[in-house]
Design a protein around this ligand. Structure first.
Ligand SMILES: [Zn+2]
Length: 476
């Protein structure tokens, strides 16, 4: 008979890998799941949790967050780490940040979640301006790996490179065994369906990549939305062996409200959002939209960033001289819904995961939106767990996460099916979140062999992961 650190009793256990879906108990020792059984004696532990009425999934892995941006929204380091934990995540992948900012964030406001990070490419900031030679590309990716990053995020939708450079970034990352994520768009295409259409050429027959937020390219800017969805799904199906992908389920977008001296809005996105609801593309148009509750800006409160509209929104907009984050509820629900639910002829999901594209943005809605899809009948509970935990674990090659099975990491997310949100979460058997309040601290950095030395020097706990196990390299 063992003695357990923790026993979680009577939850509905959902394991997507085995298909296990039943009420059971789970016993934890040394941060691992030691036993799963129908009735584990609580005399064998002095720490037990009654999970009656709750669903238990392997810890939620958010495959697309922003918690380590050098220009962190709100300029408050690490707030995103609190926000992802509050929403039920136990592991997150930062899609484009800096290791220094991540380390500062974990030190200041770590929430106990494990974090892997990708370096990003911004000409003039993280990479030189102008054309990049093959040698420079090799060096940029090598440097990111040495610093502890898992690889590189290409932000083609914001900082496009030529198709040649983009293609070479991806193939070089592949050669180095680095993780590589791509927000589509090159100097020839945009953050739209045409950027996705370019993928087969960029990848050739061997390129491997994680394509971010597929729904962002299906907003109806080239074809009617439904045709864009159909074509995007076809492109992903054709590239099935080369591409992993995710969709986010958030309604709000994020952009910048900055206006010029005459009060005209600078960002195209903002102007379009305003025109959509018949507001002028001006500072006054933004003020009116804020007052009406259509536009929001963000405010830092103790627990993170929140959306704010009304008079307080106008106050913040004016206090920031218009140069403040803006959000509008414009993301296309049809494309998010259909891309999440779509399956191929073999009955497998075409888009692998649900990733929030949130973190420090106040839209960490993976679980609450996926639960809405479950209630609607568009996802089975095990499908939700597949998309929120097992598939992201496979994408990253996290062989000890994403599963509820003996020997796996005791990362658990409990979901209250009545309120449709995460109610508790544990990392390695330690409680990090209870009822939406974060109680965890610190964190673990996920890195590769090549980054271990740099990460070790930070003093923050780390774990090596083997990216040859990542789905893009190992295969589905
Ligand atoms: Zn993103």
């Amino acid at each position: 008979m063992g003695y357990y650190e923790l026993v979680v009793k009577n939850g509905r256990m959902l394991d997507a890998e085995s298909g296990f879906d039943a009420i059971a108990d789970i016993a934890v020792s040394n941060g691992k799941i030691e036993r799963i059984a129908s009735d584990i004696d609580t005399a064998l532990t002095d720490d037990s949790v009654d999970a009656s009425g709750q669903w238990i999934m392997p810890g939620m892995i958010d495959s697309h967050v922003h918690v380590a941006n050098s220009t962190d929204l709100g300029h408050t380091r690490g707030l995103g780490l609190q926000m992802v934990a509050a929403a039920g995540a136990t592991t997150v992948i930062d899609l484009g940040g800096s290791m220094d900012v991540l380390v500062a964030g974990i030190s200041a406001r770590g929430s106990g979640v494990s974090v892997g990070s990708l370096g990003y490419l911004k000409p003039g900031e993280t990479v030189p301006e102008g054309r990049l030679s093959p040698d420079m590309i090799l060096e940029i990716i090598g440097t990111a790996l040495q610093a502890g990053s898992l690889g590189i995020k290409l932000w083609g939708g914001y900082y496009p490179f030529t198709p040649d450079e983009t293609s070479r970034f991806i193939s070089t990352a592949n050669k180095l065994g680095a993780y590589v994520a791509y927000h589509v768009g090159t100097t020839e295409t945009g953050s739209r369906l045409d950027g996705l259409r370019e993928l087969p050429v960029l990848l050739g027959s061997t390129g491997r990549v994680h394509v971010a937020h597929i729904n962002a390219y299906c907003r109806g800017s080239i074809l009617p939305v439904n045709e864009e969805i159909r074509e995007a799904l076809q492109i992903l199906s054709d590239l099935h062996d080369q591409v992993v992908s995710e969709v986010h389920l958030a309604r709000p977008n994020f952009t910048l409200g900055k206006c010029d001296g005459r009060g005209n809005v600078l960002a195209d996105v903002v102007a379009n959002c305003l025109r959509l609801q018949n507001y002028e593309p001006t500072a006054d148009g933004i003020r009116a939209a804020l007052r009406d509750g259509y536009a929001s800006t963000v405010e830092v409160i103790r627990t993170g960033l929140v959306l704010v509209s009304g008079e307080r929104g106008v106050e913040l907009f004016d206090a920031g001289n218009t140069d403040v984050p803006m959000s509008f509820p414009v993301n296309n629900a049809t494309s998010a819904f259909q891309l999440t639910a779509a399956k191929n002829a073999e009955g497998a999901f075409i888009v692998d995961a649900i990733g929030s594209d949130a973190g420090a943005l106040p839209r960490n809605v993976n679980i609450e939106q996926a639960m809405r899809m479950v209630k609607f009948g568009a996802l089975e509970p095990l499908d939700m767990v597949l998309k929120l935990s097992l598939n992201p674990a496979k994408m990253l090659g996290l062989t000890s996460k994403g599963r509820l099975a003996e020997g796996m990491d005791a990362d658990l997310t409990l979901v209250d099916p009545d309120i449709g949100r995460a109610s508790q979460s544990f990392v390695a058997g330690e409680l990090i979140m209870l009822g939406g309040r974060v109680v965890g601290s610190g964190g673990t950095i996920l890195t590769t062999d090549r980054g271990a030395k740099s990460v070790k020097a930070t003093g923050i706990p780390y774990e090596r992961i083997d990216l040859s196990e990542a789905q893009m390299y190992r295969g589905a």
